[in-house]
Design a protein around this ligand. Structure first.
Ligand code: PHE
Length: 444
């Protein structure tokens, strides 16, 4: 016989009889709920890749982002990001060998994306008040740890370990706009090459007549410790390496141009743009490594270059992939198209029937402390990959109240199936009510 147990509520005045087994089920459900509260968003700690981090007022990482950590798309055999990574690695292995004929560049593709603010910023000479440190730009676990915003976060550590030439491939995280070429998680490859005086000037034969370091002045072409020869030789080697890489990936005919740029950890710095569908597309940032960075990493007797390239951008161009969300697709109609043994196989992505989009609008009065990226994160958190694009199409300040109004078109489209208007409306309403609650926007 099963025992019957009587439960009653003094406050609400009800009473029910339950079998023992029913009671057990309820108790289990309560325990599971409590447990999930402990490990999830509501409590004081975050658990990421087996480590715990204590939340604090800087914590702004969202569950949708946490889901992506550890997926390592670049390591999945036959994923387009893996194919492009292998093509680039092959270029470096085939063209750069050390004196024992072994590949010169060491490769790292599994470094934990959780880094300290010190690694992501301080080690790279990013000043305390640099705008890239703002909470609206990156995902913070707490005031000490964040998700790396670029693979440059590992430069200093690897140089400290004594490496002279290395490639780092990994997922990087940035709070950003929502459209076909921006996603809060993307992948970069970092490349660093250091030279001794002998190595840099090797093709001169006699290096005794050139000077490597000086105590001079910084100008547009060089750092204070570098002679003009040193700076020009590094620039020449860097640009040759990257030009040849672009030709290796896109063929001899690809049009490219160098644009002057600024990064706190390199000087001078450039971006490389390649022509894609009639427009210039920025694919990488690079420059001559700041000597101060090398000194702090114990490599002051060397000089060097670094670059960081965006793998999605290159893969979209190479395989004609129209939307960055597709990289996260688990649809076989996508993945099967990249299922090849030879990474150099020519592949042009054939879109499977494109579903039609639903566009819903929202306009609201913006609260005083408002960052657009907070709104984009809510859209991403609730709409997930159904949101293709968020476009600010109207923005004005009310002449009397001085309040700002923003109006957005939100485009919803499923990559694999059609969406109903009701389904979209429910998500859209949910986005709006969450933005009202969490950001204090006022719908107009
Ligand atoms: N880390 C830079 C970025 O993400 C790119 C970069 C890497 C620039 C190395 C210079 C040197 O934009």
């Amino acid at each position: 016989m099963l025992k019957r147990i009587r439960l009653f509520s003094k406050i609400h005045g009800w009473q029910i009889d339950l079998h023992e087994r029913q009671l057990l089920k309820i108790q289990t459900a309560i325990i599971i709920r409590k447990y999930s509260l402990c490990t999830n968003t509501d409590t004081r700690t975050l658990s990421i890749l087996g480590n715990s981090y204590i939340r604090d007022p800087t914590t702004n990482i969202t569950p949708k982002i946490i889901e992506k950590i550890g997926k390592n798309l670049h390591c999945i055999h036959n994923h387009p990001l893996n194919l492009i990574t292998r093509r680039i690695e092959n270029y470096f292995n085939d063209n750069y060998r050390n004196s024992w004929r072994a590949p010169m560049f060491s490769k790292f593709d599994r470094i934990n994306p959780v880094v300290t603010l010190k690694q992501n910023f301080d080690s790279l000479l990013v000043s305390r008040d640099h705008p890239s440190r703002a909470l609206s730009e990156s995902y913070y676990l707490n005031s000490e740890y964040m998700l790396r915003a670029h693979t440059s976060a590992h430069q200093s550590d690897l140089i400290k370990q004594g490496l002279d030439a290395f490639l780092v491939v990994g997922d990087v995280y940035r709070r950003d706009t929502v459209d076909a070429s921006h996603y809060p998680v993307f992948h970069q490859m970092e490349g660093v090459r250091l030279f001794s005086k002998q190595e840099l000037f090797s093709h001169l034969g006699d290096t005794s007549r050139v000077t490597f370091f000086e105590e001079g002045k910084r100008d547009a072409t060089k750092q204070e410790r570098h002679t003009i020869d040193t700076s020009l030789f590094i620039e020449e080697d860097l640009k040759k390496t990257l030009r040849n890489l672009a030709n290796h990936l896109f063929g001899e005919d690809v049009e490219m141009q160098w644009v002057d740029a600024y990064f706190p950890f390199t000087h001078p710095s450039w971006e490389l743009e390649i022509k894609y569908q009639g427009e210039w597309l920025e694919v990488l940032g690079c420059g001559i490594v700041e000597q101060e960075l090398l000194s702090s990493a114990g490599a002051d007797s060397r000089v060097g270059w670094a670059f960081g390239l965006g793998l999605e951008r290159l893969a979209m161009r190479l395989f004609s992939i129209p939307d960055i969300r597709l990289f996260w697709s688990e649809d076989q109609r996508f993945l099967d198209q990249f299922n090849v043994d030879d990474p150099n196989t020519n592949i042009t992505f054939k879109p499977f029937s494109k579903q039609s989009p639903c566009v819903n609008d929202v306009s609201f009065w913006v609260p005083e402390a408002f960052s657009e990226n907070d709104f984009y994160d809510i859209v991403r958190n609730i709409g997930g990959d159904l949101v293709e694009n968020v476009e600010l199409f109207d923005n004005f300040v009310h002449p009397k109240t001085q309040k700002t109004s923003n109006a957005y078109h939100i485009t919803y489209r499923h990559m694999e199936r059609s969406l109903t208007q009701e389904e979209v409306n429910e998500i859209h309403e949910n986005i709006i009510s969450t933005a009202v609650q969490e950001l204090g926007i006022q719908v107009r």
